[in-house]
Design a protein around this ligand. Structure first.
Ligand code: ADP
Length: 548
């Protein structure tokens, strides 16, 4: 018996839909088909669990194979399979109604991650195949069938001689897509999209050397692509530091070991698991950015977490898995989604708590890692209001001698010399310790403490602190004469007469061959520097602007 029919859809041909909306990333066809195979396998396991299916489960691995001569790629599972009726129902109808709905609803959105939700997953096969066959035998005692379609609206269903339970999806790869017949290419896609899928996926072979008596033999073993229970899905209580480090090394083989990590695990009011790592941040922040991978039920979705994770936390590395992040919506919708907001706040709070805990329980380690964590914390304080409040407790200030202080500790340290009677503190800092050595010495001789603010984020950080912290003024060590660095009520006497000042000024102007120079000359009493020439702050800024 053989059935022929017409697929019910308003659209003349499925290609326009597939090509138009899914064009951006062809690789995902494989994710969709493997996800379907995974679903079919898990359905069978569930049915076995409740006694609906009483047969042998057998080997439930999903197998991917390439035939370069026939130009086919086949995805085989031993899941529930489909009866002829189910093929009619699930493949011929549902997908297409989903497709039409999809086209109508979302005309201008990023589609790479939404296909599965619309019953379009299977049809993404036509992005790379000119013809697709589904050879399937249901777990129910019914004959196997083969469905075949060349991407037009015509399909056929015929009896098949498949005797084992499950489904083979055979793609006849089209001429434009022959890259998908390369082992290397398929291996990479599987690694990217399927590495944590919950059913074993086999692609290719690994050869292994074994000893048999005196002889050494090479045996071939199936190569399993995925970890069916990824570390983040396991109970944190059962895991050791080494497990977390190994997981990190697998995710980022080229990176240095991380500083520490947070295991995320919530199921109310949203569901989220994951591990976020604090990487060793070097001075180039962009190098570390956007390495977090987003999964949904162990299927890789994207490594663009822009709208889900707050800006500064995008410096972290690791994996987040949440079925509660809506994937079938546009960017602007995502930003206003309440779950996404909650998730974003939750992650920020967890990160802050972890830092707070480390600071409180192990300040020594915290200080040792400050070089890296500092960049991270300051970046967070600059870009996130809430985090600023929390991080104030553990953000450290480093002075020129290398000692680290919290805000309160530092205020306390400078209270004799750099705090006026109204309680305003002046923080004196250098952004160029080497070049400004002379100014630093002068300030120190005057009894002032000098902070070292020379990381890439510090410029930003300083203006932020000045703006947000009450009663704290930030002053560059070379911004004024040392006696005026800290605003005091008393007047500073200079021991130079006006005449002497003019003379020094003349000498200097001649030396630099610039008569127009606007100079302020101050002699410093009791200082090792006889005289100090400063450029007023506004002059410096004018020059900087002119240089831009
Ligand atoms: P979705 O997966 O989003 O429901 P698809 O177009 O990918 O949409 O698949 C439509 C339906 O076809 C699935 O819901 C499932 O019932 C059936 N199906 C697809 N692939 C398989 C498979 N390998 N084994 C059994 N059933 C399948």
């Amino acid at each position: 018996m053989s059935v022929k029919g017409s697929i019910s859809v308003n659209t003349e041909n499925i290609f326009p839909i597939i090509k138009k909306f899914l064009y951006s990333d062809h690789d995902i066809f494989l994710r969709e088909l493997v996800a379907n195979a995974t679903d079919a396998t898990q359905k069978l396991q569930k049915l076995a669990g409740i006694g609906e299916f009483k047969g042998e489960l057998g080997d439930l691995s999903i197998r991917i194979s390439l035939d370069k001569e026939k130009k086919t790629l086949t995805i085989s599972d031993s899941g529930v399979g489909m009866t002829e009726e189910e093929v009619q129902k699930y493949i011929n109808q549902v997908a297409f109604s989903g497709a039409t709905e999809f086209v109508e609803k979302f005309k201008d959105i990023d589609t790479t991650s939404i296909i599965g939700k619309f019953g379009l997953g299977f049809y993404s096969a036509f992005m790379v195949a000119e013809k697709v066959e589904i050879v399937t035998k249901s777990y129910k005692d019914e004959p196997a069938v083969v469905w075949s379609c060349d991407g037009s609206t015509e399909f056929s269903i015929e009896p098949a001689d498949k005797t084992t339970r499950g489904t083979d999806i055979v793609l006849y790869i089209n001429a434009d897509s022959e890259e998908f017949l390369e082992d290397f290419r398929i291996g990479n896609i599987l690694k990217r999209y399927c590495r944590f899928m919950p059913v074993s996926i086999i692609f290719g072979k690994d050869s292994e050397k074994v000893k048999e008596g005196e002889e050494e033999k090479t045996i071939e073993k199936d190569h399993v692509v995925n970890a069916v229970q990824p570390l983040y899905a396991r109970d944190p209580q059962t895991l050791k530091d080494e497990d977390y480090l190994n997981f990190y090394r697998e995710l980022y083989p080229m990176a240095e070991d991380p500083l520490f990590w947070i295991h995320l695990n919530v199921d109310y009011p949203f569901n989220l698991t994951g591990i976020l790592y604090f990487p060793k941040v070097k001075n180039d922040i962009t190098l570390h950015k956007d390495k977090i991978q987003l999964f949904s039920r162990q299927v890789f979705i994207t490594d663009n977490v822009e709208d889900i994770v707050p800006e500064f936390l995008r410096l972290m590395h690791g994996v987040i898995d949440s079925p509660d992040i809506p994937l079938n919506v546009s960017r602007s919708y995502l930003q206003s989604d309440s779950n996404v907001k909650k998730i974003s706040n939750y992650i920020t709070r967890k990160v802050s708590d972890r830092l707070d805990e480390l600071f409180k329980t192990d300040r020594k380690t915290f200080e040792e890692k400050w070089e890296s964590i500092g960049l991270f914390i300051k970046y967070g304080m600059v870009s996130d209001e809430k985090f600023f409040e929390k991080a104030q407790k553990y953000c450290l200030y480093k002075n020129i001698e290398g000692a680290l202080f919290t805000l309160d500790e530092y205020k306390e340290k400078i209270q004799l010399n750099q705090v006026d009677k109204d309680g305003n503190s002046t923080f004196i800092y250098t952004s160029k310790p080497d070049e400004q050595n002379m100014f630093i010495r002068a300030a120190k001789n005057r009894g002032f403490d000098v902070l070292q603010m020379d990381s890439i984020i510090d410029n930003h950080f300083i203006s932020n602190v000045e703006y947000k912290l009450e009663k704290v003024r930030m002053k560059r060590v070379d911004a004024d004469t040392v006696d005026k660095l800290v605003e005091k009520d008393e007047k500073v006497e200079t021991i130079l007469t006006d005449d002497q000042k003019t003379k020094v000024s003349e000498i200097f102007k001649k030396a630099v061959k610039n008569e127009q120079l606007d100079l302020e000359i101050t002699a410093l009493s009791g200082d090792e520097l006889p005289v100090m020439i400063v450029r007023p702050e506004f002059m410096r800024r004018m020059q900087e602007m002119a240089e831009l």
